[in-house]
Design a protein around this ligand. Structure first.
Ligand code: MRU
Length: 362
């Protein structure tokens, strides 16, 4: 279905990394080589690559590329450690809201010291670090497949009266936002595979149009029955058509279940509550940030005004107008029916406990 090259956001093999330039989609499918951490920083910052899991994997692999291709500049294991830590911290400044890259950076930094006890030799140390970093690719794909299965099962169980479901999603959470398959869009893919999907409605997702440009591209590619709506049509849609679930992704979920996701998610959650429609967040556990208690602590990225006032370089607003352009909003936990993770579907108020017990087992 979606495992071919067309929807591959990240192409990696040892020593070579390129990303699909999502600024050019859907008109042009072209890849940008990423030869350094600096290249990745720019690609993340300008949103040539976007989506929380894809940002994390691109950042990690750019570091793997730089480590592999400049081995000769390291004369000790500790010089590798210092370099890796500094570069990861730099990557984190590219975009502030999604937590997945922070989580990946912590995992890698935690691995540096125990690994150095095993390897005095710089080259074998780098080799094992590369293998560790490369595992992020497979893990993301495997997590997404599990999210898809758990999500589709939970949503169908909640809707035993209907054989085929209409769902609504927002932004792009598919193969393009991840290593493959996707999170919320992965659940929708799985519903389609299970022959349980009637139609997916999806929003245009202003101002960057991840819906009309990227989700549309994926749904057309996979031949999934779909209908595009403007963001402002969601309320009327819920009044007029049976919608059985809203499914969105996440950039950061705090300990109490509050969820930062693409701007416009919060209003969909309010509308869903009003219309008694279950509202699901689908995300890997790497999107959960237990260091923050509530959504108030999340830094919301502000994007440049031109992303709102122009499309493909053409002005669509009066010249000189003042704008407010937050990239994300926070959906309070009480509006969320379930958080679909690779370990199962949790209620927001049981999330912290479940995650802590999973960490104990690992
Ligand atoms: O600004 P973007 O395009 O990076 O925002 C993407 C989203 O908000 C997604 O819903 C989220 O990152 C999850 S992607 C699996």
């Amino acid at each position: 279905m979606q495992d071919d090259q067309t929807l591959k956001a990240i192409c990696y093999q040892r020593g070579s990394l390129s990303i699909l330039d999502q600024l050019k989609l859907p008109d042009e499918s072209s890849y940008i080589p990423i030869n350094s951490v600096d290249d990745a920083w720019k690609a993340i910052h300008t949103m040539s690559i976007r989506g929380a899991p894809a940002i994390a994997v691109c950042g990690v692999l750019s570091l793997a590329i730089e480590l592999n291709n400049s081995r000769s500049k390291f004369d000790s294991v500790s010089s590798v450690q210092q370099f890796v830590t500094a570069e990861l911290n730099y990557l984190l400044t590219a975009r502030p809201t999604a937590v997945n890259l922070t989580d990946a950076a912590k995992t890698i930094i935690d691995y540096l010291i125990p690994l150095s006890n095993k390897h005095g030799n710089v080259s074998s140390y780098i080799d094992e670090l590369l293998v560790f970093m490369e595992q992020f690719l497979e893990r993301d794909l495997a997590d997404n497949r599990s999210i898809g299965r758990y999500g589709a099962e939970a949503i169908c169980q909640n809707n035993t009266n209907h054989k085929k479901l209409n769902v609504l999603t927002h932004c792009n959470t598919g193969s393009l936002a991840t290593v493959g398959f996707g999170t919320a869009l992965g659940v929708i893919r799985q519903l389609a595979v299970n022959d349980a999907l009637q139609l997916v409605y999806f929003t245009e997702t202003r101002p960057y149009n991840q819906g009309s440009r990227l989700t549309a591209y994926e749904l057309l590619h996979d031949r999934i029955p779909h209908t595009l709506i403007c963001d402002s049509m969601a309320g009327f849609l819920m009044q007029k058509e049976p919608i059985h679930a809203v499914i969105v992704g996440a950039d950061r979920i705090t300990a109490n279940g509050d969820t930062a996701n693409k701007i416009g998610t919060y209003q969909l959650a309010i509308l869903a509550k009003h219309h008694h429609i279950p509202f699901y967040v689908a995300a890997p556990t790497t999107s959960i940030d237990l260091t923050k208690q509530t959504g108030n602590e999340i830094v919301i990225e502000q994007r440049p005004s031109r992303e709102m006032t122009s499309i493909k370089g053409i002005n669509i607003a009066a010249e000189g107008v003042q704008v407010w352009n937050p990239a994300f909003d926070i959906t309070p936990a009480h509006l969320i029916t379930g958080i679909i993770t690779e370990h199962g579907v949790f209620k927001p108020d049981e999330l912290e406990e479940k995650l802590l017990s999973l960490k104990e087992v690992q």
